[in-house]
Design a protein around this ligand. Structure first.
Ligand code: DON
Length: 571
């Protein structure tokens, strides 16, 4: 394989050393908690749900039991992203067999959806339809997904695992400053629609303040139905009828048949290697696993740790690799149950060498000069991630979402269920960016029953001893690059969980041709990158990783301080 290091500008090599030592490594003891190996750990976005999940393991439950509790409880305590009205992806590692399993519970397009559903009379993509109307709602997959994981791997009865969620919904929980603020923002920007406003605001319309208690009785009833009747408690009967009717009243087209017909799918994880590590991540309809492994394959050809973390040289090569991956995403990725996605081709050495030959080690290639490649072969502001490891070394890496914060903001009447606006992740029209600026092609066009392309990338990495680390992140299009950087920080730069999480990140997604960098980069690095020709923009924070590393004699975890409420708990 081609090594490009010898071609690099000497000046960049000098700068790399200076800049690597200038980049801050932040340590946050409150999120970095080493615990002994014979224990369990949860890294999540909210403390009540994380503690409930940990208690499940303390009471003898396994990692999937804990994930089921976490998934349902976050739907109560983190309403902006935790959900039963959305969908996601779960990656499970079984320590005994060494096997890993990918569970796809992504939403599907209703049977009545069609290719041009989001175009207006002039043929232009109308974001208000795909983001903010009943048509924005995909058939929810979360309940079916959590129950499928429980059926296959759970060891405790479902009602016991759902009890914390039901209690917190029924008796209420203390709202923190972050949730209080998010609710007001969601009301003021029109995201929360009437039913949701009635639940999340007081009877006089006033907001809950931090320290006050939020009760969600209707949601508690819905959760009880699921605990008692399983899938039927959500996908049939009262709840299903409420979802269909609420959407229909406003022009939606989801039917009872769509809900009754929803099925989660067990898929083969995407597998890759980086040095001695085995990477496991999510296959389509997520683009995350393929592009994570594609980027790692390319980056393995460069001496990144020699150049220094976040040095201008390392950042340049990584940005070039990111551009290629996101360009390929725009053309080649879609739901493999409907479209031929060249998975093996994208990850092949032949294709890797084609891309390497086009990367100029001394200057960025303009995104307009990077068309999506031709891999060989014809084969067929809100999400939340949690990582859980149990005492046996089993692991769950789960990312699920409503898409936007509070999703479509539509609450199914009388159920407490906030519904997603995931349909915006389809490509409304080829070449027109979605809410995350992502451009999609024909393979991600709307079709009945199809799953919209995702960037969610729950990831598990193994070493010779089995499980090494678990990670994942929210962040829309930035998810894949966040997971890439956290993973490299551990595998390549040898950082601990807190350092790997906190280190400043950057993001390039091909279009726009802009390098987004977090605050924390040294100014001379930015100058060097601008001199190379990059359009550099200081960005709001990128992603919010939740990571647990299994060291030889202890677990260490970090939950990203970039978002309030993040927490790691262990025993
Ligand atoms: O599936 C996806 O890629 C998006 N719907 C994820 C949205 C997201 O991460 C928003 N969060 N911050």
């Amino acid at each position: 394989m081609q090594k490009l290091s010898r071609l690099l500008l000497p000046v960049l090599t000098v700068l790399a050393g200076v800049i690597a030592s200038a980049s801050p490594i932040l340590r946050s003891d409150h999120i970095f908690r080493p615990v002994k190996a014979e224990s369990g750990m949860v890294a999540g976005a909210e403390k009540l749900a994380s503690r409930a999940a940990l208690s499940v393991m303390q009471d003898g439950g396994n990692v999937v039991d804990a994930a089921v509790t976490m998934g349902f409880t976050l739907a109560v305590t983190l309403p902006r992203a935790g959900n039963i009205g959305g969908g996601g992806f779960m990656l499970i590692h079984d320590a005994d067999s060494g096997e890993s399993y990918a569970l796809d519970y992504r939403e599907t397009a209703p049977a009545g959806a069609f290719k041009n559903i989001f175009l207006d009379a002039e043929g232009n993509a109308d974001a208000s339809l795909s983001q903010d109307s009943p048509l924005a709602v995909g058939v929810p997959g979360t309940v079916a997904g959590l129950l499928a994981a429980h059926d296959r791997f759970g060891s405790k009865p479902l009602p016991e695992l759902m009890a914390p969620a039901i209690k917190l919904a029924e008796e209420g929980f203390i709202i923190d400053a972050n949730l209080a603020e998010m609710l007001v923002i969601a009301r003021d920007n029109g995201r929360l629609k009437t039913n949701a406003l009635q639940v999340f605001f007081k009877s006089d319309g006033g907001p809950y303040r931090a320290g006050e208690i939020l009760v969600q009785r209707e949601l508690a009833d819905t959760l009880k139905r699921i605990a008692k009747d399983g899938l039927k408690g959500f996908y049939e009967g009262h709840v299903a009828e409420a979802i269909v009717q609420t959407l229909a009243e406003n022009g939606g087209l989801m039917t009872l048949g769509d809900l009754a017909g929803y099925i989660p799918v067990w898929r083969e994880p995407i597998r890759g290697k980086y040095k001695d590590f085995t990477i496991l991540s999510m296959p389509p309809p997520s683009s995350g696993g393929i592009h994570l492994v594609q980027m790692l394959n390319l980056l393995e050809n460069f001496p990144l740790s020699e150049w220094g973390q976040n040095s201008s040289q390392t950042t340049h090569i990584m940005a070039e690799v990111m551009k290629r991956a996101y360009a390929d995403r725009s053309k080649h990725l879609g739901d493999t149950d409907f479209e031929a996605v060249p998975v093996a081709g994208l990850l092949s050495e032949t294709y890797e060498n084609q891309i390497l030959a086009r990367i100029n080690s001394m200057s960025p290639t303009a995104s307009t000069d990077i068309p999506p490649g031709s891999p060989p072969g014809k084969e067929s502001d809100e999400t939340t991630h949690f990582s859980i490891v149990d005492k046996a070394g089993n692991a769950v890496s789960n990312t699920y979402t409503l898409n936007f914060s509070f999703g479509s903001g539509i609450m199914a009447e009388g159920t407490g269920i906030l519904l997603n606006n995931e349909m915006d992740d389809f490509s409304a029209k080829p070449g027109v960016p979605n809410a995350y600026g992502l451009i999609g092609g024909e393979k991600n066009a709307v079709e009945p029953g199809k799953r919209m392309l995702s960037s969610m990338s729950p990831t598990i990495v193994l070493n010779d001893d089995g499980l090494y680390f678990v990670t994942g992140s929210p962040g829309g299009s930035r998810i894949i690059n966040t997971v890439l950087q956290v993973s490299l920080n551990i595998m390549e730069f040898d950082l601990n969980a807190a350092e790997a999480t906190n280190f400043p990140r950057f993001h390039h997604q091909w279009m726009p041709d802009t390098l987004f960098v977090e605050r924390g980069f040294a100014s001379d690095t930015l100058t060097a990158l601008r001199l190379l020709g990059y359009e550099v923009e200081i960005s709001k924070t990128i992603g919010a990783a939740k990571t647990i590393i299994r060291q030889k004699d202890h677990l260490e975890g970090a939950s990203d301080p970039r978002r309030l409420g993040s927490v790691v708990v262990g025993f």
